[in-house]
Design a binder for this molecule. Structure first.
Ligand code: AQP
Length: 332
């Protein structure tokens, strides 16, 4: 079985974007791939996190992943800081990656905003840590949203340069696995910005923990234009908000925007938003109930994560120790 690795930051409550773009696609992989999924707390602190909230969010994220269908017995599920191999390999990659490569990363530009001088050095080298996450397991497939494609290309550049610099074929080439339906869910307030768990506006996103009334309200308030829904996807041109809402219903229903428009094309947004809110509530409420149940027994959740970390370390430790040997570090 091919090995897949993917991670998610405990930088807030998981959103519908994280769910449709990533988590939901991870679930079937447990049967087809050797699957490793990680709550990436080292990545989360590249922007300030309140320590108490980070701890709570890390557990919440783990509970959300299990509630969405990740089974700690069928995949390896763990917290990044519990497996030291990630940080060790990331340092080596900091010394392999070139500044010019990092300067091109659009996520850094988006997240650092205008005040780049004040961004953390960690945010800048975030892609090197992400490369280490994947290469520490010699994973070859990485399921991510399409916003992460550029980081995966960089991870391949780093692997190639490492192999070249040390005269080995040690790190394999990795391939992104990108979902086509709802690959990128956009903000409910601005169709040109992706939905993000750390966006300042809670109205911009659906959190997996939002109750029925909150979901209905957020969808009702979602930005749209005055035109009715187009009859065909070609009518989305210049209408990013319409494209987004239709994409969300298609994603939730495991269908295509074409199929959604065959049913709802020509309707006004008022009526369509009601259908969408109802579908979201029906889809998310069982996940929320399971998440709450898991969070009631923190001891059991922590034990599952500890076991996941042991299994992850058993794979990553020999790979990263070999990388250190190749670099010329003395054995411990
Ligand atoms: N809006 C989105 N649409 C589709 N996929 C998305 N992902 C994130 N947002 C969307 C995918 O979720 C996975 C985990 O992402 P992450 O938590 O590691 O970091 P992120 O991409 O930076 O996600 P957020 O929600 O925007 O977090 P913050 O606000 O902390 O930066 C990835 O596979 C990503 O593609």
């Amino acid at each position: 079985m091919q090995r897949v690795f993917s991670g998610i930051q405990p930088s807030g409550i998981p959103t519908l974007g994280n769910y449709l773009g990533a988590i939901r696609n991870w679930v079937p992989m447990q049967d087809t791939h050797e699957s490793i999924f990680c709550v990436v707390d080292l990545h989360a602190i590249t922007v300030w996190q309140d320590p108490k909230e980070l701890a709570a969010q890390t557990r919440e994220m783990a509970a959300a992943l299990i509630a969405c269908g990740l089974d700690p017995h069928r995949c390896i599920l763990f917290v990044q800081s519990h497996v030291h191999a990630h940080a060790r390999l990331a340092w080596i990659f900091n010394c392999v990656a070139r500044l010019g490569w990092l300067n091109r990363m659009t996520q850094f530009k988006d997240k650092a905003g205008k005040d780049r001088e004040s961004a953390s050095a960690g945010l800048y080298v975030y892609p090197n840590l992400m490369a280490a996450d994947i290469h520490a397991y010699h994973a070859v497939k990485v399921p991510v949203g399409d916003d992460q494609k550029q980081h995966l290309e960089l991870a391949n550049d780093i692997a190639q340069k490492f192999n070249h610099d040390y005269g080995v074929e040690f790190f394999p080439t990795i391939e992104p696995m990108i979902q086509t339906v709802a690959a990128r869910v956009m903000s409910l307030r601005d169709g040109s910005k992706k939905m993000s768990k750390s966006d300042a506006s809670d109205q911009s996103r659906i959190n997996l923990t939002d109750d029925a009334d909150t979901i209905a309200l957020k969808i009702r308030r979602a930005k749209t234009d005055p035109e009715p829904l187009p009859e065909h996807v070609s009518g989305f041109e210049g209408r990013p908000e319409a494209r987004n809402l239709v994409g969300i219903l298609a994603g939730i229903g495991n269908t295509t925007p074409d199929a959604v428009l065959r049913e709802h094309g020509g309707k006004g947004f008022g009526a369509f938003k009601e259908v969408l809110a109802e579908a979201l509530v029906a889809h998310l409420s069982p996940i929320q109930a399971e998440m709450n149940r898991l969070l009631e027994d923190k001891g059991a959740l922590d034990a599952a994560l500890r076991l996941g970390a042991q299994r992850a370390a058993a794979i990553a430790e020999p790979i990263v120790t070999e990388a250190e040997r190749l670099v010329g570090f003395l054995p411990r």
